[in-house]
Ligand binder design. Structure first.
Ligand SMILES: *[C@@H]1O[C@H](CO)[C@@H](O)[C@H](O)[C@H]1NC(C)=O
Ligand SMILES: *[C@@H]1O[C@H](CO)[C@@H](O)[C@H](O)[C@H]1NC(C)=O
Ligand SMILES: *[C@@H]1O[C@H](CO)[C@@H](O)[C@H](O)[C@H]1NC(C)=O
Length: 390
């Protein structure tokens, strides 16, 4: 009931303010102030999996505990579909760590030891992003064939609205956990991610000179829960978790083509959109995934487009009227033009409403050819201009 009323209120609000809000296409947003630069930590892949996250876990322990408590107490109590997880946190989830592919189970155990948070709760923290991530991703190519890739991460929809502050409580609790991670091997950076401390899968990542990748949630008829249930109850474990498959490719893929092929074919626990970019001209793609295959693969250059945009809807369909971030995003990209494909112009697009909304916690910018990655905290404040809840 409470949720229905909240949704209804928001629909009304969005309806009524969309006209007033208009759409923005800002400039001069990049680089933002230094206090918005997300810090970088290192995960050394040469260490045993249980040791790798010790340092990050020590730094972020209080924020991880705070978030896990919130998820348990509040989120699970308002979202009936997740009730099944509550009862499993103490009974089934700790054992689940041992069923995960190497090295993920051991890494979770290490984080549990270092934070003192029970293993079942760390597992919960690590599987729950597969269910709640909204986003905008863009891949764009300039006239010289250089490719950039960016994304806004929007997180926390319907997971509790803070009436006092007009914010999504979960989005606020996540912000302190945002970090960049350098994954190193033999003293070299193998790949980099923008992530949440203690979260071992990948939502945004880049392997220098090879490819960059972002994942957006896809709401499916056969949603994320089914794959998860199949896994937990050992009905089917011949599938990959969406964000682990990404990390697998960042670890192993030698080429853009190899990553695209694998991520288009691997069996998954949940539907999603994979957005990839490569170091060479023309290398950009949106892979629309169902659990057992891809429903569509849209390459850069199709329909003569120099950019690709994906939010959370199938790109060949019209987005729903209450959440159309695509149309304003296309307009803004076209206004900037093909001769302005830079971190600056992409960041300006991602900082413009409604690409920027109250769920947006960070923007990441990537250049596959050089391995450059920049991540910034994002805030959508009503004081500056009215801001849509999503
Ligand atoms: C992470 O890697 C980049 C190179 O890609 C390097 O410039 C940066 O200093 C590294 N950060 C840390 C904390 O090691
Ligand atoms: C609301 O914001 C204020 C100041 O930013 C903060 O101190 C307070 O904890 C927030 N309230 C809640 C319920 O999060
Ligand atoms: C996925 O699996 C379902 C049922 O097992 C089947 O009906 C469907 O055709 C499959 N889709 C793809 C793309 O393989």
């Amino acid at each position: 009931m409470e949720i229905c009323r909240t949704i209804f209120t928001f629909l009304l609000v969005v309806f009524s303010i969309q006209g007033i809000l208009g759409e923005q296409c800002l400039s001069d947003q990049w680089p933002p102030n230094s206090d918005r630069v997300v810090p970088t930590h290192v995960v050394n892949l040469d260490l045993p999996p249980t040791e790798r996250w010790k340092e990050i876990a020590a730094v972020y322990k209080p924020a991880i505990i705070d978030l896990v408590d919130y998820i348990k107490k509040f989120v699970l109590s308002i979202s009936p579909e997740l009730q099944f997880l509550v009862s499993l946190v103490d009974t089934k989830l700790p054992a689940m760590a041992d069923t995960l592919p190497v090295p993920y189970g051991d890494e979770m155990k290490g984080i549990s030891q270092a934070t003192g948070v029970p293993l079942g709760e760390i597992v919960l923290y690590n599987i729950f992003y597969e269910i709640f991530t909204l986003c905008t991703s863009i891949v764009a190519q300039d006239q010289n064939g250089n490719i950039l890739h960016g994304r806004n991460l929007d997180f926390g929809l319907l997971l509790g609205w803070d009436m006092l502050n007009n914010t999504w409580t979960l989005s606020e609790k996540l912000r302190p956990l945002i970090t960049q991670v350098n994954f190193t091997q033999n003293g070299q950076v193998l790949f980099k991610t923008t992530s949440f401390a203690g979260y071992i899968g990948v939502i945004t990542g880049i392997r220098p000179g090879v490819f960059s990748i972002s994942m957006n949630e896809r709401y499916g008829l056969k949603g994320g829960y089914i794959g998860l249930i199949e896994w937990i109850f050992n009905i089917n474990r011949k599938q990959s978790f969406v964000t682990f498959a990404m990390r697998d490719m960042l670890t192993k893929a030698e080429s853009y083509d190899q990553a695209v092929k694998y991520l288009a074919e691997v069996k998954l626990t949940a539907p999603c959109y994979y957005i990839l970019a490569g170091p060479k001209s023309g290398q950009g793609v949106i892979i629309t995934r169902s659990r057992n295959g891809s429903d569509d693969v849209k390459p850069l250059g199709k329909d003569n487009l120099w950019f690709l945009i994906e939010t959370n809807y199938d790109n060949w369909k019209k987005p729903p009227f209450f959440d159309d971030r695509v149309t304003p995003c296309i307009k803004c990209m076209e206004a900037k033009g093909k001769n302005q494909v830079t971190f600056q112009s992409l960041f300006n697009v991602f900082s413009s409403r409604p690409m920027l909304n109250k769920l947006t916690v960070y923007t990441a910018l990537m250049e596959p050819a050089t391995g450059r990655l920049e991540s910034y905290w994002q805030y959508c404040r009503d004081e500056e201009a009215p801001c849509a809840p999503w």
